[in-house]
Ligand binder design. Structure first.
Ligand code: OSB
Ligand code: MG
Length: 367
């Protein structure tokens, strides 16, 4: 399959609410869409690069630079029969997994559209309802947190995740647990703690959390293994896992028992499938993470979530939770806590609202 054209497009999209984590606040997203065309068929992807290097070192600008200056010349005009071949052509670039995933995910959508099959089929998944959870940012008060958690459970979400940081942990967790004793409750620290906080984090054990997500450094697995021996609550790794090899090492030393899998973070679907298989071989469940995507990225995440080892609710909540107007025509809504895999066509199964996308685009570059 010869790639005739690669296009990058940037669109500002404002979240309905500021989303606060231990690494910063996001509200004005800079969405990056990529498309790859071959023989009149076009595949689409959404990048998960951030506005600032808080979650990872990549940003909209680094991805644009790396794709324009190093990837485009090796992709456009070249043929790739498999995702493996495509990634081989990009393997000389160290890191920049989110930028790589931007290209790779568009390749998979293009391939699925050429074959006329839904993406999940090409990935090896099975069409099934996807149970979803919700990730609640750091709020101004414990009362607001409890109200948001309560509303989320009423809407049917299967799991509530609270963002935490030092000074905002035990109090909101205790209050939500007291108000909603039966729910699956989790926390996500986004690397805000150190091993010296082990005693403090162990106090979370009494709240029966399903897991604590990425408590320690983004580039660490060893301290996570030490911490996991000191707390009962399962550790779920997010920022630390960039490849199947990372997953193998982390699970081997029991740095955690669960992985939050984000396609963008690991460099694409091919890597995500490899992480999936490693986790499965260790008996470690996965769930699909989110990066405040528009419906384009959210649709791709739902297709990935059809693989068998996605055994916990993902951060794949309703599009309408984030956006007044999404970029896609189809609603992407959780009903009774589950999302259907979008299939209004082959590939990721959603269509762009072209008129809206054109109108709000601030930058386009094509090769
Ligand atoms: O750590 O999972 C995370 C959002 C941005 C960056 C990192 C994370 C998150 C979320 C929200 O938790 C997930 C979502 O609802 O899209
Ligand atoms: Mg996380």
């Amino acid at each position: 399959m010869r790639i005739d054209r690669l296009e990058l497009r940037e669109l500002p999209l404002r979240l309905k609410f500021p989303f606060r984590t231990s690494f910063g606040v996001e509200q004005d997203r800079r969405i990056v869409l990529a498309s790859l065309s071959s023989d009149g068929v076009t595949g689409l992807s959404e990048s998960v690069v951030g506005e600032f290097p808080g979650y990872a070192y990549e940003t909209v600008e680094t991805a644009w630079h790396v794709i324009r200056d190093f990837m485009a010349p090796r992709i456009v005009g070249h043929s790739f029969a498999t995702a493996e071949e495509l990634m081989q052509a990009l393997s000389f670039i160290r890191g920049h997994d989110m930028a790589k995933a931007t290209i790779e995910m568009a390749w998979w959508d293009l391939r699925a559209r050429q074959l006329g099959v839904p993406l999940f089929e090409l990935l090896g998944g099975t069409d099934r309802p996807i149970p979803v959870g919700i990730s609640l940012g750091i709020q101004d008060s414990v009362e607001e947190t409890v109200e948001l958690a309560r509303a989320s459970v009423e809407q049917g979400y299967n799991r509530v995740k609270l963002k935490i940081e030092p000074g905002w942990d035990l109090a909101p967790v205790a209050a939500v647990r007291a108000a909603l004793p039966g729910i699956s409750l989790t926390v996500d620290a986004n690397s805000a703690y150190g091993l010296t906080d082990a005693g403090h984090l162990a106090q979370l054990d009494e709240f029966g959390l399903t897991y604590i997500e990425q408590p320690l450094a983004y580039n660490d697995i060893l301290d996570h293994a030490t911490l996991q021996r000191q707390i009962r609550t399962a550790i779920c790794l997010d920022e630390s896992i960039h490849s199947a090899s990372d997953a193998r090492k982390a699970l081997s030393i029991q740095a955690g028992r669960i992985i939050n899998l984000k396609v963008g973070r690991v460099g694409g679907f091919r890597a995500a499938l490899a992480v999936h298989d490693v986790a499965q071989s260790f008996g470690a469940p996965l769930w699909c993470g989110g990066m405040l995507e528009s419906g384009v990225g959210r649709a791709a995440n739902l297709h990935l979530s059809t693989l068998p080892n996605f055994r916990l609710p993902g951060d794949t909540s309703s599009s309408s939770r984030y956006w007044d107007q999404d970029l896609i025509n189809e609603p992407l809504e959780a009903v009774n806590g589950v999302q259907r895999v979008p299939q209004s066509g082959p590939g990721i199964g959603v269509t762009l609202n072209q008129e809206y996308v054109e109108r709000i685009t601030t930058r386009v570059e094509a090769w």
